[in-house]
Design a protein around this ligand. Sequence first.
Ligand code: NAP
Length: 446
Amino acid sequence: MTKFEKLSYPTKGTKIEVKDGKPQIPNDPIIPFIEGDGIGPDIWRAAKMVMDGAIAKAYGGKKRIEWFEIYAGEKAAAKYDGRYMPQDTFDAITHFIVAIKGPLTTPVGGGFRSLNVTLRQELDLFACVRPVRYFKGVPSPVRQPEKLDVIIFRENTEDVYAGIEFRQGTEVCDKLIKHLNEDVMPGNKETAKKRIRLDSGIGIKPISITGSNNLQRKAIRWAIARDLPSLTLVHKGNIMKYTEGAFKDWGYEMFVREFRDNVITEDELWDQAKADDGVTPITKEGAFAHLRGGKPAGDRNGRVVIKDRIADSMFQQVLLRPDEYSVISTPNLNGDYLSDACAAQVGGLGMAPGANMGEFVGLFEATHGTAPKYAGKDMVNPGSLILSGVMMLEYLGWDEAAKLVTDGIQKTILQKRVTYDLHRQMEGAVKLKCSEYAAAIVENMG
Ligand code: NAP
């Protein structure tokens, strides 16, 4: 049993264990939660009410979650003598494997790393997972938002976000530029173009085989387990060949090496399509459209189709051909932009769920911030944390409860009973408080 500095080990519930490479989920798992700062307590109360309500309805008392409060942010600082991210919090998440959190304020002032980044790095949560789907009735900027239904696996630890940066004018930055200009790229005709201006700041973009494959493996396992049609590697490899381009190449190599029976590449599918009906299509998409009355065809053997798209083109694709995409796997920066763009497309930036995941550890979280001006007013939309709870229930394998929650949300939105953020965009809607909205979701389940 882990010993904590200031937490008392829970007396009820059972710890999730990993056996034979799989988490074993008891009927009463202990799940740590971090309430979060600002609007955190409001949305946490709402999310807990909805999750507990769904579990009770789905399993009639046979299953339940034993919630275990752990601390980060301002509440931690008060309990742990000014420490915003105590060791107890890392230890509890590692020990209990699955946890959920509200948003956290990064304290202003020198010396504080973002608490969220700290959690991801310390716990090696290498995948940021963001599903994007549409709820009927939510105001959206596009005409057919329901066509987008994707899950984005964004690498969480590498790329230009690794935090390896050198400020312009510092000794180390000057040294680095000199080394690169003089030793790594001495001035011949070809490399002269690559010379770094002496008044530059420098950021480093590491992308490794390990980091890429860890993420891609998680994504392909997700696709196979849920019988999804495709996985798209989104990269900017036409320009950044040895980082983004390599991400793509390492992905294809690993999928074929480790998952051969479950995957078919788009090129192989292309050949299969031609063999099937003898057409010589002008474009790949043209061929697939011909095969299935205008819809892109999947593999006839039900394997996951592996494709890749250049990042800028992908931003067009999710707008123009959203239903050709399912699972998306991409490096950190592309994923950051693409997740928000996709969430906005379904009108749900304020209710987009997310999870940060390691090999087994899953930390489910609201994707928005602490919205301090609404703190304690019981008025914001708890949708992001509730839907992160849905991801968590799915991770536990409690799909019946997860479905009750999504059904409840859908029904409540169709009844036009919503919080202020959706209310201001919907005609004839009734404005509910955060807690009233949660109660309406529970009432509408099943
Ligand atoms: P924010 O807290 O996300 O709020 C920005 C705006 O988004 C709000 O004013 C509100 O817009 C809308 N919004 C956010 N959450 C909402 C909800 N649940 N329901 C309805 N509307 C919602 O972003 P911020 O003001 O830039 O950041 C505030 C603090 O949060 C900062 O300390 C930042 O570091 C932190 N933060 C934490 C996380 C995290 O923990 N994951 C993520 C991002 C930011 P309207 O006013 O237009 O209604």
